[in-house]
Design a binder for this molecule. Structure first.
Ligand SMILES: NC(=O)c1ccc[n+]([C@@H]2O[C@H](COP(=O)([O-])OP(=O)(O)OC[C@H]3O[C@@H](n4cnc5c(N)ncnc54)[C@H](OP(=O)(O)O)[C@@H]3O)[C@@H](O)[C@H]2O)c1
Length: 314
């Protein structure tokens, strides 16, 4: 089988193709035949050497959709069953999705019933789970005002789509004026152009902060005194806030991390997605041998949605 291996950090062309044997199921792990997966911002960081906890060589890729190829006795999983997997060390502590078959702990394989294509399903796990987990941290009620800072990212767009099904009033930000019309078409009530300080007097009941600490203090200026800000992303490339004074903020500050998936939260996300037939638009798709080209495409300015890779065609 083909595995696209990251042997050392580098640019988008750094992945080395390797022909490896298909793994064998163990007492606690099943073999996932990977049909498709989405490319995530976090994988660009890992590829470039920005994830010190990922030891190379590694097959990276933090999410996948596919079918059970081989499973262990008493796993509760069936051959050919449709499943998703994400995080929990996948593509970081052990080999992930940039290969045709992967060995995955049984309790990290989430069965899914869906008529969506593999391509559409591949847009869901990490983006919608992260978006849903972030939304749940905000304690919002129908009609509340939500701000999504970094609203044109995949997680941002997933949060927008879900927030509208929950009856929220949603303002999203982008740095790119050309995305305003499309963001409105996806349901945004308001779109703000983000130049570091937002030009709005709205006091939001909740904020999903995807740009990160570079805009966090400004975001907190726009939250109600009893509102919540969840820091989920770091698109701005900065992770620590220098000279932070808790007295400079209002509202409640929290964070969300998809690192260890909560199975109940994941199932609740899947139910909402299925009820409203949600998925992200696919910007471009590549085959596994061209996963580097998929990275290059995500690094360039791009349309709204998800870049996906097809690992097996049948
Ligand atoms: N906490 C978690 O568990 C978790 C899970 C998944 C993702 N994340 C994080 O969530 C964020 C979004 O991830 P994603 O995969 O959805 O990203 P993505 O789809 O790759 O986001 C791309 C968009 O981000 C915006 N962007 C890029 N650089 C920026 C900058 N310096 N400042 C502001 N905006 C910038 C651009 O939009 P415009 O040009 O339109 O502004 C770009 O189109 C990332 O920081 C990622 O690491 C966190």
């Amino acid at each position: 089988m083909l595995a696209m291996v990251l042997n050392h950090p580098g640019d988008a062309n750094v992945f080395d193709p390797e022909d490896r044997p298909i793994p064998k199921a163990t007492a606690t792990k099943s073999v996932l035949k990977i049909m498709a997966f989405g490319i995530n911002h976090a994988e660009l960081i890992t590829r470039a050497g920005g994830s010190p906890d990922v030891h190379l060589p590694r097959v990276i890729g933090i999410e996948a959709v596919g079918v059970i190829y081989e499973t262990s006795a008493n796993s509760g999983l069936q051959s050919n069953q449709k499943v998703m997997t994400l995080m929990g060390g996948f593509g970081r502590a052990f080999d992930g999705s940039y290969e045709a078959y992967a060995l995955v702990p049984n309790d990290q394989l989430y069965p899914v019933e869906s008529d969506l294509s593999w391509e559409a399903l591949a847009t869901i796990p990490e983006s919608f789970y992260t978006a849903y987990g972030s939304l749940c941290k905000l304690h919002l009620n129908q009609g509340d005002q939500l701000l999504i800072r970094g609203g044109s990212s995949s997680v941002g767009l997933a949060a927008l789509l879900m927030a509208k099904t929950l009856g929220l009033q949603v303002t999203v930000t982008t740095r790119d004026k050309t995305k305003v019309t499309k963001l409105r078409q996806f349901g945004a009530d308001h779109v703000l152009i983000d130049q570091g300080e937002l030009a709005t007097r709205t006091q939001f009941a909740g904020v999903i902060e995807l740009v990160g600490v570079t805009t966090l203090l400004d975001s907190m200026r726009h939250v109600k005194p009893n509102g919540y800000v969840v820091v989920t992303g770091g698109l701005g490339g900065q992770w620590v806030l220098p000279n932070f004074s808790p007295f400079s903020i209002q509202g409640y500050l929290t964070n969300f991390q998809s690192t260890h998936v909560n199975a109940g939260l994941f199932q609740a996300m899947l139910a909402l997605v299925a009820k409203h037939h949600l998925s992200l638009p696919i910007i471009q798709q590549f085959d596994l041998a061209h996963v580097g080209a998929a990275h290059a495409a995500l690094e360039k300015p791009h349309d709204l949605g998800k870049i996906i890779v097809i690992a097996n065609t049948n």
